[in-house]
Design a protein around this ligand. Structure first.
Ligand code: SF4
Length: 495
């Protein structure tokens, strides 16, 4: 019985290199890599050896016969990916370049190891550290402004996505590696400068993500009760910079602008039976607030139609199978139904055929129980209220009461003191990760806020390739200070 990859796929391709028959695609060498929602196992060539399951950091790969409940759909989802792909003409085992044991990459001096500071300990920074630690003899200084490492993996992944959060186990060994030193509670640009890093390291890599939230730019957006999704996500994940009252849950309806995976995470946490969240990694403060939050209705606004929805199929399937929660599509615009009916080759839109369409009377009392409403072709144009949000008005004239409006319309990078910044794109201008010899970027601050955890692995490899090319060319700075001196300096500024 073949294996199938399921919803927690992190796409970092750890499984690809261990498959003896090359049946997991797209591989990092294929053009589609990075653009698909997940990786897929070809059931026609899988020999059920289980090697991929052992290698998967997110516990996402299982024999099809063991899949239960909603996960059973992934047998068909994996098979569907290969429907339009011609069968491999060479069935011989494929020995991938990616993740093959590599000889240590050449460095300019074999006697003095390269010293690299990496700012940010989330997936992008850790994949960069992993590449350096596994493939060179470099010393790595990991720096994070927070008191715990992990970045978005710790404070961004939904607390009930335990398999995805399990990727953190893989990262811990690089945070604790003998050639790694980790400095927590120090912010570059506030406590120390870019020059401080360069004075003690040959190279600095910024993996600081996208620290800001995109705004809608509508009147009333700054009212109390209108918050970015980042705050809500940080609140339920126990982010140390957010207090228990960072989010006030109102008794009635919550409106979310946006239908990306973060928006669907927020909707799911808001409507889940709190007893099902007890065995997750949710912050106790959020759990106790949700336990007293009755009568939950979450309405998600999507600016465009189902074919262009930003969520992934796996996130939508989770909502469809959420116990005790009705998932409904508001049948207010004929384009929505038309999009779903004609969906060809668009699994996300086609999946809505299994969801109830309902012409919702928003004036009527909501039905008892919990429900999530997807409202496509809807843009919020104004929030109204005296000192806090009381209602949201849409471009098509709907006026919805709500005391909590969450905007989940994407993130934006912020400038790093001492580095150039492209304000329009919200990224640090770079060429394959190189800002200048000795200064590099990786992850969202390099390429913009898109792509999941595993996307950062190939992104990090590209940046490390640029750094090592500069090392081999002898153009990296030669720092006067040592790492020991840097650690002493950092200790004076730790918060
Ligand atoms: Fe490849 Fe073995 Fe996984 Fe099948 S079970 S996809 S053959 S590694």
């Amino acid at each position: 019985m073949p294996y199938a990859i399921t919803q927690s796929c992190c796409s970092d391709a750890s499984c690809v290199s261990v498959c003896p028959v090359n049946c997991i695609h797209p591989t990092p060498q294929e053009r589609a890599f990075g653009s698909t929602e997940m990786l897929y196992v070809d059931p026609n060539t899988c020999i059920s050896c289980g090697a991929c399951s052992d290698a998967c950091p997110a516990d996402a790969i299982h024999p099809i016969e063991t899949l239960t409940g909603p996960l059973q759909q992934y047998a068909a989802i994996n098979a569907a990916y290969f429907e339009d792909i011609p069968p491999a003409t060479d069935p011989a085992p494929n020995f991938h370049l990616w993740d093959q044991p590599e000889p240590p990459r050449p460095l300019p001096s074999a006697r003095i190891p390269l010293r690299v500071a990496i700012v940010g300990t989330g997936p992008a920074g850790t994949y960069a550290a992993e590449d350096l630690l596994l493939h060179t003899d470099a010393e790595v200084t990991l720096i994070d402004r927070l008191s715990s490492p992990g970045g978005l993996l710790r404070y961004g992944v939904a607390p009930d996505h335990l398999a995805t959060r399990k990727v953190a186990d893989r990262f811990t060994r690089f945070h604790d590696h003998p050639r790694t030193r980790t400095v927590l509670g120090v912010e570059i640009g506030r406590d120390l400068t870019h020059e401080d890093l360069l004075r003690h390291h040959n190279a600095v890599i910024y993996a600081v993500g996208s620290a800001n939230d995109r705004a809608l730019g509508i009147p009333g957006e700054d009212l109390s009760g209108s918050i970015p999704a980042r705050r809500f996500v940080g609140w339920y994940n126990g982010h140390p910079e957010l207090t228990a009252d960072a989010v006030a849950l109102p008794p009635g309806r919550v409106v979310i602008a946006g239908t990306g995976n973060v928006a669907l995470d927020v909707a799911r946490i808001l409507t889940s039976d709190p007893s099902t969240l007890r065995n997750t990694e949710i912050a106790p403060r959020a759990l106790s607030a949700l336990e007293t939050h009755e009568n939950r209705e979450v309405v998600l606004f999507a600016r465009r139609g189902p074919a262009e929805a930003a969520y992934s199929l796996s996130e939508l399937l989770e909502l469809q199978h959420l116990a005790g929660v009705d998932l409904v599509v508001d049948d207010h615009d004929p384009r929505t139904r038309a999009d779903v009916e004609v969906a060809v080759g668009n699994a996300k839109a086609a999946a809505l055929r299994d969801v109830a369409f309902e012409a919702i009377d928003w004036e009527a009392e909501p039905k008892p129980g919990r429900r999530i409403v997807l409202r496509f072709y809807t843009s919020a144009v104004e929030l109204t209220g005296d000192d806090r949000v009381q209602s949201v008005r849409t471009a098509d004239g709907l006026e919805l009461d709500t005391e909590l409006f969450i905007r989940s319309v994407g993130y934006r990078g912020t400038a790093i003191p001492g580095l150039p910044f492209d304000d329009a794109a919200g990224v640090v201008p770079n060429e394959s990760g190189r800002v200048s010899p000795g200064t590099y970027v990786v992850g969202w601050i390099k390429r913009g806020p898109s792509g999941g955890i595993g996307t950062n692995r190939t992104c990090a490899k590209q940046t490390i390739d640029a750094l090592l090319a500069d090392a081999a060319a002898g153009v990296l700075p030669k720092p006067p200070g040592s790492r020991r001196k840097f650690l002493r300096l950092a200790a004076q500024h730790t918060r």
